[in-house]
Design a protein around this ligand. Structure first.
Ligand code: NAI
Ligand code: MG
Length: 479
């Protein structure tokens, strides 16, 4: 006998959303000129109106950041800077539920994930970098390190608050000031973070937040008053940014796309591996740059494995992201939904076999069922391109070398997974894989102490850990 889950909705009463927002510049909220709606992707309800940053907004933010850098932040000791970061981290923890509810409303991710992953990890990034602020001389990066100055930071919509933390915490800890632009569909938690900066009494202009779309992002990238660009997003925009800064003095780090292989060898503990594959591709609706979007499966266990995977997929609960029992929430935008549909239709047309469990999708909002494609070959678009949705492409292999060759046959190289009982095989495989992060018998584990970043078209530089510090220091090369 199975029991149905009763609805367990989280209350949204803890958040108060203004009907309209401006930018956060020089420590104050300033009115915007043009606005666009931000919606809840699970219901299509308009949550608020967000300002689209113009040239004069970006100019004002860069000016405020420069003033704060020259006048305050660059003169402050690391110990003092660290105190502000600790304060921010603690306020984020105190307001964790508010952040989680707001993130889920604006992004569509399950409350279970925003509550248990995004927000605690964002606070952890501030705590971790607060600890480095006064210990830089022991980081092995030289004894007279210097910050860049003003950092322009552009982030995506898949982990809005967490990507903000990945960007802002190391920049501030190393002594830079920032102008940050959140993604156009998910600005609300960044604007709540601006309130946290005020509450922490962070000196005016150290953090500036200008909202807007790609045009605002381009204004930041091309602004002559910016010393360093940090970007997370599509490889396509990453290439535009690399070209734009190529002939300037700007330093740049790029965290771009991925098409990770999650390799399951025939000696792997099958039930654990099934769980890891599910987490690898269905966490955050598959809107994850390091998602395990290609299952590379040893042929002699493929039938048994896929049968178990389908049984497990039948149990994924899709629906209201505010429900505490929901596993898979809404697709972040109509645009992203159309992209997922287009690529999966290409999968059908190119001859792969699609399977999804039966699941009723809500009539409003943007939804895509958990999906796997079997019979995928390396030439298929669904094996080569980033789908950025809850869609797994399954490829098979016979020998370990074939698994490695298939895993590395991609223009990306952000992450990979290895499932095997044998330590020697894990060590061998991880040495062969061309990917920045390799998980063994687990997946999607993140920690501020661990550097994250890619090979090839997955980007330049590392974020997190000691390696990530160097991205915010002048003349310190990435290892
Ligand atoms: P995107 O790369 O266009 O957007 C990311 C950020 O860059 C946003 O803040 C956006 O406003 C900004 N931006 C856009 N054009 C810009 C420009 N010319 N100069 C400066 N900033 C600019 O990503 P998008 O369109 O939201 O998603 C498209 C695809 O990109 C997704 O389907 C997915 O495959 C991939 N993607 C990968 C991410 C990752 O974490 N690796 C995150 C987001 C998207
Ligand atoms: Mg775009």
């Amino acid at each position: 006998m199975t029991f149905e889950y009763a609805p367990a909705p989280e209350s949204r009463s803890i958040v108060s959303i203004s009907p309209k927002y401006g930018h956060f510049i020089g420590g104050n909220f300033v009115a915007g000129t043009k606005h666009f709606p931000t919606i809840n992707p699970a219901t299509e309800e308009v949550l608020s109106k967000i300002a689209c940053g113009t040239k004069s907004d970006v100019d004002a933010a860069v000016k405020a950041a420069r003033k704060a850098y020259v006048g305050t932040w660059s003169k402050m000791s690391g110990k003092e800077r660290g105190k502000y970061l600790f304060r921010i981290a603690r306020i984020m923890q105190e307001r964790a539920r508010e952040f989680a509810v707001l993130e889920t409303l604006d992004n569509g991710k399950p409350i279970r994930e925003s509550r248990d992953v995004d927000v605690p990890l964002a606070a952890a990034h501030f705590f971790y970098h607060a600890g480095w602020a006064d210990k830089l001389e022991y980081a092995g990066l030289g004894t007279s390190t210097k910050p860049h100055g003003v950092a322009g930071q552009i982030i995506p919509w898949n982990f809005p608050l967490l990507m903000l933390a990945w960007k802002v915490a190391p920049a501030l800890a190393m002594g830079n000031t920032v102008v940050l632009k959140p993604a156009e569909t998910t600005s609300l938690t960044a604007l709540l973070f601006a309130q946290v900066c005020q509450e922490a009494e962070l000196p005016a202009g150290v953090v500036n937040i200008v909202t807007g779309d790609g045009s605002t992002g381009a204004l930041i990238v091309n602004h002559p008053g910016i010393d360093k660009i940090a970007f997370t997003g599509s490889t396509e925009v990453g290439k535009i940014i690399a070209r734009a800064v190529a002939s300037t003095k700007k330093s740049v780090t790029l965290e771009l796309g991925g098409k990770a292989a999650n390799i399951v060898f025939d000696d792997a503990p099958i039930d654990e591996a099934v769980e890891g594959i599910i987490n690898g591709i269905f966490f955050n609706q598959g809107h994850v740059c390091c998602a395990g979007s290609r299952l590379v499966l040893q042929e002699n266990i493929a039938d048994e494995f896929l049968e178990k995977l389908k049984i497990r997929m039948n149990k994924i609960r899709v629906g209201d992201p505010m429900d505490k029992n929901t596993d898979l929430g809404a697709i972040n935008s109509q645009e992203q939904l159309l992209k997922i549909r287009e690529l999966t239709i290409a999968g059908d047309k190119e001859g792969a076999q699609r399977w999804s469990p039966e699941c009723a999708l809500p009539s409003k909002g943007f939804w895509f069922p958990p999906t796997i494609f079997t019979g995928v070959t390396q030439g298929h678009r669904i094996a080569r391109e980033e789908i950025f949705g809850p869609v797994l492409s399954v490829l098979t292999f016979r020998t370990p070398q074939e698994a490695i060759d298939k895993a590395n046959n991609t223009p990306f190289g952000l992450s990979a997974g290895i499932w095997s009982e044998k330590g020697s095989r894990i060590l061998w495989a991880s040495q062969q894989l061309r990917a920045g992060v390799i998980w063994a018998n687990t997946f999607n584990k993140f920690d501020p102490t661990s550097p994250f970043g890619g090979y090839k078209e997955s980007g330049w530089g590392r974020e997190g850990g000691r390696h990530g510090l160097s991205a915010y220091l002048k003349g310190v090369s990435h290892e």
